[in-house]
Design a protein around this ligand. Structure first.
Ligand code: C2E
Ligand code: MG
Ligand code: MG
Length: 295
């Protein structure tokens, strides 16, 4: 059914057709395995460093879902998230990522390493009635200050039902959470809606960062930074893959940087070693790629 729906309305697909196609077979397999994977705790939280654009010191991380499957290895959320949405499992995955994320944050704080954490939030999670209260309770239990958590909402989720979303985001910012608009500029941005949105940060999408060295691309990023500053929002650039791009973005006034140049998403253990190295080193510009993840 999902495969038929993906091709548009008034269509149909035969199961045998799907079962014979490698891509489709993988999708089918993943859908069937996902529910079990969640129950068996095969969903893991990985962490990618976020650095201050000026000091180049690590100031935070983004928690990213990873699924290790015995047949396909590490599966990216780009593959399994849409399927999780279909099956109503996205909320459970989000919950799993959150619990592991704050567990690690607590551990690092006990080790004297206080950093911020960004967590991606799906539409379903955001509109769970007890969402804010549940998060606050979890943080309280571990004595983690609310202000170190940024909730990332994609632009398309933020703008789709703006009135409803604005209310929920106002509740979250009032409670002290940071709100980052993820994949900014790739959805249906509406500046008037952005103006009313209780957000604290904009994440500049990788598609803009990739064009930072072309004249028009550079103008676009500078325009986004200006919009952000007019709305008193901070900027975080995603997908920074080399030193030159990092320098360019810093010159444009981007506040924080994230990307393979500073570190790929890594396991909790890997990120802990990264943190220790980065925070104790006197040369924060010496980066290491510490992960085997290439997706
Ligand atoms: P996102 O939130 O925009 O995350 C950034 C994505 O860019 C991540 O992909 C990250 O691995 C990738 N990335 C970071 N730096 C670079 C770089 O320098 N070059 C390139 N080419 N890519 C880079 P990932 O982990 O595959 O996640 C994809 C998307 O899945 C995320 O996009 C997010 O929207 C979603 N996602 C991930 N984890 C969760 C989760 O726990 N809950 C929800 N609701 N969504 C999640
Ligand atoms: Mg994100
Ligand atoms: Mg993004």
């Amino acid at each position: 059914m999902f495969s038929a729906k993906k091709q548009g309305r008034h269509g149909g697909r035969f199961f045998a057709e799907i079962a014979n196609n490698d891509q489709d077979r993988k999708a089918l397999y993943i859908q069937n395995r996902l529910a079990t994977a969640i129950k068996e705790q095969q969903i893991r939280t990985w962490f990618q460093p976020i650095v201050d654009a000026h000091t180049l010191r690590v100031v935070g991380c983004e928690a990213l879902a990873r699924w290790h499957d015995e047949t396909y290895g590490w599966v990216s959320p780009a593959t399994f998230s849409p399927m999780a949405g279909n099956r109503g499992l996205i909320r459970e995955i989000g919950q799993e990522v959150w619990q592991q994320g704050i567990g690690s944050l607590h551990r690092w704080s006990e080790m004297g390493m206080d950093i911020n954490m960004s967590v991606n939030v799906s539409r379903r999670q955001l509109f769970t009635p007890s969402f804010t209260a549940d998060l606050l309770e979890d943080l309280d239990r571990l004595a983690i200050p609310v202000s170190v958590v940024d909730l990332e909402i994609t632009e398309s989720v933020a703008m789709e039902d703006a009135e409803h979303t604005t209310k929920r985001l106002a509740e979250l910012t009032k409670a002290g959470f940071g709100i980052a608009i993820d994949d900014f500029g790739t959805g249906y941005s509406s500046l008037s809606q952005l103006h009313d949105m209780p957000a604290t940060k904009i994440k500049i999408d990788i598609s803009f960062v990739r064009r930072a060295h072309a004249e028009q691309g550079a103008h676009l990023i500078q325009a986004i930074v200006k919009i952000a500053s007019a709305f008193k929002l901070q900027t975080v650039a995603e997908g920074v893959e080399d030193a030159e791009t990092a320098q360019t973005l810093r010159n444009f006034g981007v506040n924080k940087l994230q990307g393979y140049h500073f570190g790929r998403p890594m396991t909790a253990e890997g990120f802990e070693r990264y943190l220790v190295d980065n925070l104790r080193s006197t040369e924060p510009t010496r980066y290491r790629l510490m992960s085997t993840w290439s997706g």
